[in-house]
Design a protein around this ligand. Structure first.
Ligand SMILES: [Zn+2]
Length: 411
């Protein structure tokens, strides 16, 4: 590049013994002290534009062309100092010393000149250049429309699981409730809830996503099922009740896949969920608490233990091979102890069985002398239905239950 502007001197001598030092950077101009090996002393002034480098020399460049001082100076800078001039294009940020010191960190030593935006200003926008190195950050398809930072006092759609707390929470089947709610002013919670019926009021129907529409349909289906169910308490011996519960399992299965992505999910737990004219009779915020749902389905298993003269059998649940400790159990759901997360049970049968166990302290007691009959009339079927583990007395070792290994205990 330099050769284009200066006829390259033939003599190699010219290149040696020259002194080139940086002396300053101000108003967008890099000052350079240059002393040639013939003793001539000059100063160079460099000004960088995106596509040009302006050079001035104290010799005034009498030929109207690049002078030897500038040639040697730039040659030295390019080869010895290896300076990258690009950062010195800082239009506006170096208009005067004060502005420059505010935005730029400039350090000048003889051999080095350093010029960088001060970290607190991050990247500086420069005309024509824009932001350097931005090319790699190509913007793809527009992001889905999302509200990154939202105002409070918004109308939103929330989804609740609703069930009554009477009869150890096993009296009522759980229903999905779609509701319209308002966010608090600081946008961190919901402050009012209203069951969503038809038509949807005060809410921009455009803002309801397809997933929410499906959830609202499921909520309406469950509501009509449970309105028809009336005030009955679930009775597992009633085929009609079990049929409704089976339908609910299917509906809830579909709901669980979708509700995970909902930002507002709650549990509504009054004493009893009551309907009047097809709508919730009572839907108070005092009985609504935030809750989460899990797509994992707990697996039911049993633990058999021997205690001298008798055996005990207890039910338990596991998720991903780890025991799920639950805080409470309602129809079809268990609520995990620490996370308060709702898990949907695998089937009506497993749910009814676990509830049956929990009705009596989750314990069956069998005297040693009754064990053989207990096996043939009960445990054999159970162990074919789900895992039954036997805990070896003394060692506490857990193994899969087998009748022939019980002989030494069942005497
Ligand atoms: Zn000159």
């Amino acid at each position: 590049m330099l050769e284009k502007h200066y006829t390259v001197p033939k003599s190699r001598k010219l290149y040696y013994g020259n002194q080139v030092d940086y002396t300053g950077y101000s108003s967008g101009i890099v000052s350079v002290y240059i002393k040639l090996n013939n003793g001539e002393i000059n100063s160079l002034y460099l000004h960088v534009e995106p596509d040009a480098l302006h050079v001035a020399c104290t010799c005034g460049m009498p030929d109207g062309q690049l002078c030897l001082h500038a040639y040697i100076g730039l040659y030295n800078i390019a080869w010895a100092h290896s300076i990258d001039l690009k950062p010195f294009y800082q239009p506006g940020y170096n208009s005067d010393e004060k502005v420059q010191n505010k935005f730029l960190d400039v350090q000048v030593t003889k051999n080095r000149i350093y010029n960088k935006p001060r970290p607190m200003f991050g990247r500086l926008f420069r005309p024509i250049v824009g932001f350097e190195d931005f090319e790699g950050l190509s913007l793809g398809e527009p992001l889905p429309e999302q509200h990154c930072v939202m105002e409070g006092n918004r109308q939103v759609i929330a989804f609740c699981i609703g069930y009554g707390e009477i009869l150890n929470m096993l009296g009522q089947l759980p229903v999905l409730i779609a509701c319209q709610a308002q966010t608090s002013r600081d946008n961190t919670s919901l402050i009012s809830y209203k069951e969503l019926g038809e038509p949807i009021e005060n809410i921009d129907s455009q803002s309801i996503g397809p997933r929410q529409l499906v959830l609202m349909e499921k909520a309406a289906e469950m509501r009509s099922l449970l309105v028809a169910f009336g005030k009955s308490t679930y009775d597992r011996n009633e085929p009609k009740h079990r049929a409704i519960k089976s339908t609910l399992v299917i509906l809830w299965e579909e709901v669980m896949q979708l509700i995970l992505f909902e930002p507002f999910t709650y549990a509504f737990r009054p004493v009893k969920v009551l309907y009047q004219k097809g709508k919730l009779k009572w839907f108070s915020k005092h009985e609504i608490r935030p809750c989460r749902f899990s797509v994992e389905r707990p697996v039911l298993y049993f633990i058999l233990k021997h205690h001298n003269d008798h055996f005990s059998l207890a039910a338990a649940l596991s998720v991903n091979g780890v025991e799920l400790k639950f805080e409470y159990k309602t129809q079809l759901f268990v609520v995990e102890q620490d996370t308060h997360c709702h898990y949907l049970m695998d089937s009506v049968e497993a749910d009814d069985l676990l509830n049956w166990m929990n009705e009596c302290n989750n314990r069956l007691t069998i005297l040693n002398e009754h064990f053989a009959e207990f096996h043939h009339t009960f445990l054999k079927n159970l162990s074919e239905y789900c895992r039954v583990y036997f805990i070896t007395p003394g060692t506490g070792k857990k193994s899969i239950y087998q009748l022939d290994q019980m002989a030494i205990y069942a005497q």
